[in-house]
Design a protein around this ligand. Structure first.
Ligand code: FAD
Length: 465
């Protein structure tokens, strides 16, 4: 048994943990990080990056199919487009491989010691890791729990065989002819739209009466229309019961009690993610919980002195950039700096077609808070760049206080709007007013002009609509 001591021990090398460890190393803190799988966690290996790679490949293929069918207004043609999904997966694995190697390199460059294995607390200051070469005991002044999240499994549809999670969907080497998806949240819809573009007959089953419940209906309507245009069927208010006895079909029941039998080659279950709060010795500690998550304060401190928690294990929104922001902050706090962060400015981006972005409050949320608001909305039909991209669906919407024009929230739906999220977050984080955005010169022709125009509209003088 080997023993080491350090000032900071990070458990889990996902975006939360690895960013925390890199920043701590940069600050000269003696840091150890333990990871039982691959550096980069869910996000780099089986989440954000591989899903966006698949979405990009699906977009290219779908565009080529449209060209081959003569459905291309620009006059571009193509013949017999084909996709070899095994090659697509190999290409995607190449990207994740480069990124995870990059993370290992950055950790080493920052002087962080990497220990490979499963970490388990013995007490609040001691963690034992089962490594390939035996047990390693690590004593630490401070510990950061960054164990992330895992897909929720439905008792009626356990993973295995044709029932797959997002991880399985991202490794398929053949496009399933019929793909049933359970859950119309962002992961299910991002993957569902990608597979519909790759040629699968997609059926989405959702227990609620709407898709993407985190966003308002105005933002999700263009996505619903796109799903329909791609031939995907969406069964709302429908609960899954399990697989048929032969395993050929997914069984479900609508709100009216009508039985549905959905023949499927694969059943993708995306009904949410659960925080990983087991498997690392939580029972040895006295950590307060906040429902299913670890309870933390504004500085990510748990209820035990010297133990912090960050990322998906600490609550919603379960997003990589939230985990990273928390990780960076905790490293700085451990180094003695005073740090805080502004939760209001966390962007939520849904990489569906079209994409959706939301930062801060929606008009309904702002009104529910009792505020008088000014709302400006500018459509991409009036934006030159959107026309040149053949993507005129969608809009940018700005929500501001009526009295002093302080921007409370910004939302957009449209092709490529994920890249506008940086400007939206900056505006909310810096406390911009409508006049600041309207008065900023936005490059022409860009989609971002719709942001300035939406702000002008809220002020009552949009130029191009
Ligand atoms: P994770 O990334 O889950 O990392 C936790 C790490 O801890 C894992 O590597 C795990 O092996 C390790 N670990 C756990 N227990 C132990 C232990 N006992 N000992 C050692 N190691 C341990 N987010 C976005 O912001 N944008 C997106 O576009 C996006 N797309 C997504 C698409 C999909 C398909 C999925 C599944 C998720 C997506 N997410 C996205 C969510 C994002 O991946 C997570 O929010 C993010 O990875 C959370 O980071 P984390 O550091 O908290 O945990």
């Amino acid at each position: 048994m080997k023993e080491i001591a350090c000032k900071l021990l990070v458990i889990g090398a996902g975006p939360g943990g690895y960013v925390c460890a890199i920043r701590a190393g940069q600050l000269g803190i003696d840091t150890v990080i333990v990871e039982m799988a691959k550096p980069g966690g869910t996000c780099l290996n089986i989440g954000c990056i591989p899903s966006k790679a698949l979405i990009h490949a699906a977009d290219d293929f779908h565009g080529a199919v449209a060209m081959a069918a003569g459905r291309n207004a620009m006059g571009i043609g193509a013949e017999n487009p084909a996709i070899d999904l095994a090659k697509t997966v190999a290409w995607k694995d190449g990207i994740t491989g480069r990124l995870t190697m990059g993370v290992s390199g950055l950790l080493k460059k920052a002087g962080v010691k990497i220990v490979v294995g499963r970490a388990k607390f013995r007490d609040g200051k001691t963690v034992a890791v089962e490594t390939e070469t035996g047990q390693q005991v690590i004593r630490a002044e401070n510990v950061v729990i960054a164990t992330g999240s895992a897909p929720v499994e439905l008792p009626a549809l356990p993973f295995g065989g044709k029932v797959i999670s997002s991880t399985g969907a991202l490794s398929l080497t053949e496009v399933p002819g019929r793909l049933a998806i359970v859950g119309a949240g962002y992961i299910g819809l991002e993957l569902g739209i990608a597979f519909a573009k790759l040629g699968s007959k997609v059926t989405i089953v959702e227990a609620l009466d709407r898709i993407l419940p985190l966003y308002d209906a105005q933002l999700t309507q263009p996505v619903a229309r796109r799903l329909s245009a791609l031939g995907a069927e969406v069964l709302l208010g429908t609960k899954v019961r399990g697989m048929s006895a032969t395993g050929e079909a997914l069984l479900a029941e609508t709100g009216d009690g009508e039985e549905k039998r959905i023949s499927a080659d694969k059943v993708l279950v995306t009904v949410g993610r659960r925080p990983v709060t087991e498997g690392w010795g939580r029972q040895e500690l006295e950590l307060d919980m906040d429902g299913r998550f670890l309870r933390i304060d504004e500085q990510c401190r748990t209820s035990m002195r010297g133990i912090y928690a960050i990322g998906d294990v600490t609550g919603e929104p379960m997003l990589a950039h939230r985990a990273m922001a928390q990780g960076e902050m905790v490293a700085e706090i451990v180094s003695g700096k005073r740090r805080n962060w502004d939760k209001r400015a966390i962007p939520a981006v849904c990489f569906t077609d079209p994409e959706i972005v939301s930062v801060g409050l929606s008009p309904d949320e702002a009104r529910a808070g009792g505020r008088e608001t000014k709302v400006g909305q500018f459509p991409f039909t009036a934006n030159g760049r959107a026309m040149t991209l053949s993507s005129e669906e969608g809009f940018v919407r700005v929500v501001a206080r009526a009295d002093n024009h302080l921007v409370l929230g910004i939302q957009a739906v449209g092709t490529g709007v994920s890249e506008l999220s940086a400007a939206f977050s900056l505006a909310v984080e810096m406390g911009a007013r409508l006049e600041d955005i309207a008065g900023t010169i936005h490059a022409h022709p860009t989609l971002s002009e719709a942001f300035a125009e939406a702000s002008m509209k809220a002020l009552g003088h949009a130029l191009h609509v």
